[in-house]
Design a protein around this ligand. Structure first.
Ligand SMILES: Cc1cc2nc3c(=O)[nH]c(=O)nc-3n(C[C@H](O)[C@H](O)[C@H](O)COP(=O)(O)O)c2cc1C
Length: 152
């Protein structure tokens, strides 16, 4: 069975609410994969090695990913160097008014790991809408279905 890791950080709760829906989509009853959800601070290199696909969720802070998400990369880059080449990933972001800085920073570091972004990123700007939350669920479902079906 394929493994999907969802790792996220949320200070005020918006990214957490998005994560709940991403997780719900990934746990769709018709999709048989194993899903593991971790706060970034509790995500270890072993979790990333266990995964066949990873979804990263972060707020945008100061035009960048959150410090906690950056810490995950700081902690795991060298222990995992060369071992996650081609890892299918997706990204969701909660932002006050932009979000592109967080996306760009994750993509840049992701290139170093050799991640392959297999879905359009989801950036929620401002208040979360039902539509954005539905999109979160779809994102989780697509990545899970793609892993199960061996598409990625
Ligand atoms: C310290 C700090 C810095 C922030 N910097 C940005 C920023 O650069 N761009 C932006 O669009 N939003 C910024 N925001 C707003 C957050 O990205 C936004 O409120 C987000 O929804 C928070 O997610 P959370 O509820 O999961 O913590 C910042 C918020 C904080 C607390």
């Amino acid at each position: 069975m394929k493994h999907l890791l969802i790792t996220y950080h949320s200070k005020e709760g918006s990214t957490g609410r998005m994560c709940e829906r991403v997780q719900k989509g990934a746990r769709h009853p018709d999709i048989e994969i194993e899903v593991r959800v971790r706060l970034v601070g509790e995500t270890m290199a072993e979790d990333m090695l266990w995964a066949d696909g990873i979804i990263f969720g972060t707020p945008e802070n100061f035009g960048y990913m959150s410090g906690a998400m950056k810490d995950l990369f700081d902690r795991t880059f060298y222990p995992l160097e060369g071992q996650l080449e081609g890892m299918p990933i997706a990204i969701f972001i909660s932002a006050g008014n932009d979000g592109t800085g967080a996306l760009t920073s994750i993509r840049r570091i992701g290139n170093g790991y050799g991640f392959k972004e297999v879905q359009e990123p989801l950036i929620a700007v401002g208040e979360l809408t039902d539509e954005i939350l539905d999109d979160c669920e779809t994102l989780g479902m697509y990545l899970a279905a793609g892993l199960e079906g061996g598409i990625f």
